[in-house]
Design a protein around this ligand. Structure first.
Ligand code: BJW
Length: 243
């Protein structure tokens, strides 16, 4: 199906974007039903927006957190987690902040853009405050326990640098990958959009799964067009049966 056999000792990496969670009901960012439709992302997902109107930004994240908490992992997340659970060497590098890979059972995960269920001090104090899908909006802590300044989502906004540890972890994994699946990303947001090339240049076989072609399609060895929740289980289920 992917044009190459998947071997038991393959190092398999999944580079995922918002499209992998679309079938869970989490809106994507761009395209017809994009999350940003009706909102100006550049006004909400930036440090400048938070500085000028923190209440508006925090309220938007409360709305998004509730919406995401009401969603569940879909067959795409589950197929990836099942493969890792079966003993395959699987790592997920995701741009998603929705926690659905973790909720589906994946253990080896790099969250490039953070996690909406984590908060940190907007003033720069160290430490992460973890909340969960079941934390009621009124129980989400507002103030930093160290300095009292507002807590902000532990998310990488436009113009902010990704955590260097995450970049290094992603680069290391992609340099040591046999098979890369690029799933449900438009491939336009950097530096994530450039990461697949590391694997390709290191000799990995690259499979893209998306409902449409992207700027990454030319680089991929094969692009499988269709919903990730239908395609990934078809690829991985035979491997699990063969256990
Ligand atoms: C399906 C499907 C189904 C649908 N099955 N598929 C180099 C060049 C140009 C610009 C830059 C550059 N380097 C840095 C920049 C600036 C900027 C950037 O990239 N801008 C571009 C938009 C041009 N990058 C940054 O600012 C980054 N910081 C940085 O690099 O700092 C240093 C620096 C700064 C400035 C200049 C230079 C250097 C930070 C990026 C942080 C991204 N943050 C966001 C928002 C987080 C906030 C939040 O969520 O609350 O992260 S942006 C948003 O896009 C979100 C996503 O993770 C990210 C990627 O989107 P993704 O996942 O690809 O989703 P979509 O919606 O775009 O695509 C969905 C895809 O799924 C589509 O292809 C569908 O077809 C498909 N699909 N259903 C399979 N069922």
């Amino acid at each position: 199906m992917i044009g190459r056999e998947i071997r038991r000792d393959d190092r398999i990496t999944i580079l995922s974007g918002a499209g992998i969670s679309a079938e869970s009901g989490v809106p994507t960012f761009r395209g017809e039903d994009g999350l940003w439709k009706g909102y100006d992302a550049t006004q909400l997902a930036t440090p400048e927006a938070f500085a000028s109107d923190p209440e508006k930004v925090l309220e938007w994240y409360i709305w998004r957190r509730k919406m995401i908490a009401d969603c569940s992992p879909n067959p795409a997340h589950e197929a990836i987690a099942a493969l890792e659970d079966a003993g395959y060497d699987v790592a997920v590098i995701t741009q998603n902040i929705d926690n659905l890979h973790r909720r589906s059972g994946s253990k080896t995960i790099v969250e490039l853009h953070g996690n909406i269920f984590k908060l940190r001090c907007s003033g720069g104090c160290r430490g992460i405050t973890q909340i969960s899908e079941t934390t009621a909006p009124e129980d989400v802590p507002r103030d930093c326990p160290t300095c009292g300044r507002l807590l902000r989502p532990h998310i990488v906004w436009f113009g902010e640098f990704l955590d260097p540890d995450d970049i290094v972890a992603a680069q290391h994994r992609l340099s040591n990958t046999d098979l890369l699946f690029i799933v449900g990303t438009s491939g336009v947001v950097h530096p994530a959009a450039g990461l697949g090339y590391i694997a390709k240049e290191a000799g990995a076989y690259v499979v893209e799964i998306n409902i449409g072609y992207t700027p990454l399609s030319d680089m991929a060895d094969v692009t499988l067009l269709g919903p990730a929740g239908q395609i990934l289980p078809k690829i991985f289920a035979p491997l699990l049966k063969a256990q």
